[in-house]
Design a protein around this ligand. Structure first.
Ligand code: ARG
Length: 391
């Protein structure tokens, strides 16, 4: 009997391997899907899987697919849930899809993941599993045994599983190209200030003011400072530049799917600057009506994806909308990076709807008097309201 486990090499998934072997009697196949995790961690995960005696281990480099089919769509949708530029939420459906592919190839009867029963990731994994292979069994050992993090650590110690999480650094970290999330330990108290050591991507290394040019084609970032990058490299470079300026730290309260509020800390330098630059270009190239309608599309897209409903047909329809509107989102945006923050300082596009003649104080091509008629009727209805009110 075979089970395929989504395996990061972290505490929870390592504990899962043992439980699946000992308690459930499965042959375990582990799969680490690389969506932009540290190379060293991937090697460690591989080595750890072998010491745990898995029957097979796969490492799948899904970074290119992640950027093209997930991150670029998120940019077009300015994806953001309550202030969180979706990162973990964005990668889970892709990881789940890869797990399903291996399970089918190996003829496994079950799929497993290391999520707890309190978080969002169980929804995201299982939504994909149930949609693509409803006949397969799903096992979530940590949830099933109702384990606390401390119990997981104790279980790991007892079973000679090496653990990185220490009692004084008990954070649960999830990382991919689009962001890094840190939760747990003292961070769970929203009144406590996070200690600096939890941050890795936003340590300030560049103190001088710097300008960053981002060039988009049809809503997709293609160049940084005039240099064309392949998708994965572009995101990494944007993370490096913005991160070294200390940009992209978020400390927030987030409403989880199950209804709890959670304190979350994120580092998302590339997501912060690329989405903001993208918005600036949309403001220049889309009509007022498109922008107004798109805000609702963005909210719907982000909620669907946060809730793990990547395969919901509505998501495809919303993507069709963001593709259509973004066909004119081409051009350059310049950002100024300084003092751990950034601002858009210029934007330009061949599809710009901006008319300098129309808006400029210095131009006479519009006869200003022509607007009088519009003004006369602009407040017609509030005028009627006061007239009727007096009766
Ligand atoms: N709250 C975020 C989300 O639901 C991130 C969760 C990441 N998990 C973690 N163990 N740090 O998408």
């Amino acid at each position: 009997m075979k089970v395929v486990l989504a395996y990061s090499g972290g505490l929870d998934t390592s504990v899962c391997v043992r439980i699946l072997q000992e308690k459930y009697g499965y042959d375990v196949v582990t799969v680490t899907v690389d969506v932009g995790i540290d190379k060293k961690e991937i090697e460690e995960a591989e080595a750890k899987a072998r010491t745990l005696g898995v029957v097979e281990h796969y490492t799948i480099d899904a970074r290119e697919e992640f950027v093209r089919d997930y991150i670029f769509r998120a940019i077009k949708a300015n994806a953001n849930y309550e202030g969180y530029p979706l990162s973990t939420a964005l990668a889970r459906p892709l990881i789940a899809k890869k797990i399903v592919e291996i399970a089918e190839k190996k003829g496994a009867e079950a799929l497993a993941h290391g999520s707890t029963g309190k978080g969002n990731d169980q929804f995201r994994f299982e939504a994909v599993f149930r949609t693509l292979v409803p006949e397969k069994k799903i096992i979530a050992p940590v949830r099933e045994l109702n384990l606390t993090r401390e119990e997981s650590i104790a279980y790991a110690r007892k079973h000679d599983i090496p653990v990185a999480a220490k009692k004084d650094k008990p954070w649960s970290i999830d990382e991919n190209l689009w962001g890094r999330s840190i939760e747990g330990g003292e961070l769970e108290n929203p009144a406590s200030k996070p200690s600096d050591e939890i941050f890795e991507w936003t340590r300030v290394k560049r103190k001088e003011t710097e300008y960053l040019d981002i060039y988009f084609e049809e809503g997709v970032p293609q160049k940084l400072n005039g240099k064309r990058f392949a998708p994965v490299e572009l995101i990494m470079e944007a993370n490096k530049i913005a991160g070294e300026h200390g940009i992209g730290k978020i400390d927030m309260i987030e409403d989880r799917i199950v209804g709890f509020k959670a304190r979350e800390n994120y580092e998302c330098p590339a997501a912060s600057v690329l989405i903001e630059a993208h918005r600036a270009l949309e403001a220049l190239t889309l009509t007022r009506q498109e922008l107004r309608f798109k805000a609702g599309v963005e909210q719907n897209w982000s909620e669907l994806v946060y809730h793990g409903l990547w395969n919901e047909p509505l998501r495809f329809a919303l993507d069709a909308f963001t593709d259509t509107t973004n066909s004119r989102v081409t051009g350059n945006v310049r950002l100024r990076l300084e003092n751990k923050s950034f601002a858009v300082v210029s934007r330009s596009s061949p599809y710009s709807l901006y008319s300098l003649e129309a808006v400029s104080f210095e131009d006479k091509s519009m006869n200003q008097r022509e607007v009088e008629g519009i003004l006369k009727y602009h407040s017609y209805q509030p005028g009627r309201y006061y007239a009727v009110k007096k009766l």
